[in-house]
Design a protein around this ligand. Sequence first.
Ligand code: NAD
Ligand code: ZN
Length: 387
Amino acid sequence: MLVVQSIAKNLQMPYDYKSIFKVVSDIKTIPVQLEKRSYSIYLDDNWESLFQEGLSSIYTKDASDRKLLLITDENVANWYQQAVEEQFRNLGFTVTTAVIKPGESAKTLGEAEKLYDIALEANLDRQSLVVALGGGVIGDLAGFVAATYMRGVPFVQIPTSLLAQVDSSVGGKVAVNHPKAKNVIGAFYQPQSVLMNVSSLKTLPKRELSTGLAEVIKYGVIYDESFLSWLETHMTDLMSLDLSLLSKAIQRSCEIKADVVSQDETEQGLRAILNFGHTVGHAIESSAGYGSYTHGEAVSIGMIVETRITHLMGMVPAEYVNRLEAVLIGAGLPVTLPDVDPNVLIGWMRHDKKNIGDKIGFVLPVGPGRVEVFHNVETDIVLEALA
Ligand SMILES: NC(=O)c1ccc[n+]([C@@H]2O[C@H](COP(=O)([O-])OP(=O)(O)OC[C@H]3O[C@@H](n4cnc5c(N)ncnc54)[C@H](O)[C@@H]3O)[C@@H](O)[C@H]2O)c1
Ligand SMILES: [Zn+2]
């Protein structure tokens, strides 16, 4: 882990940020309504306007003694560390940056402990800010550190992968992994603000763009059929990084996730619909070994298998399965199962958190733009859908 300590050069700087930068932008703001924990997501294509709109209203007071721990990974630091640090310094922050190795293996208690060490060395107090700059791994890890350091310090998310922008940075789930299971040590902890720079997707590897698109397509299937149609029309342009269209896709995805989360923050009911494709998807990830498939690739196959299940139950026509296959393939995603014994996959599904007793829980499409939770699917039907 590399640590960079940098001090704001001019602590006398005025903090009326709007007077420093004059930015013409069409920033999008998506409110996340969670009573006292409400906040907004800001979406634009440049850092200046994002910081101006998304942070200057929170940080208007004299900031001469304000500290910040910026957590990022090596890939993201390479592109965005400097620009983001500069924006925070302009707001009067003393910035300490921790750069960690990329990948899921960083989401551990051990890595969190190293970050607590850095936070203590930099004298971060309860008013200090923890910032996640990166994909979902960084968001989950930094969020976990923010939720636990001194019983919770303010937290800001700057998601840079598509998956983080449409999914992991929205809704307040933060976690690290345990050697025996993913995401089992965590909390619900909402950020103060989420800043999304759609331009950051220009440097994202293509495979990671596809993995994020799997979740985007999921929102159309579970919540909004017209969004699904829109995605079908624009998939080629989305894949070739049309930022204006990507921005629209991110906005609609965030609106849908925010709507679901604001009705069920702590996953007592409705929030489960976000797990469409995930019962089978998680089983594929587990049986293939983490790393063989990206999360979105496994969920893509999962969405097809789970739609086939409802087709076999007589709830959606075969054309709907074909329609989903086409849009997922267009997004560069796999739709066919790896060569694994279906019984092994069912074995993994029996560990799913949506299960009740020994009944496997599935979120299944019951019509375009609509899903329901089922606990009564016959094993024979699941096997047939996996065949
Ligand atoms: N909290 C939640 O609600 C939630 C929801 C879904 C997923 N997750 C978690 O999110 C994680 C997966 O997130 P992810 O897919 O973003 O993975 P990730 O954070 O590993 O990022 C994917 C890769 O892209 C790189 N990267 C990110 N942004 C980049 C950019 N703009 N340019 C170049 N490279 C960039 C990263 O360094 C990494 O190598 C998993 O740990 C998963 O459990 C959490
Ligand atoms: Zn997912």
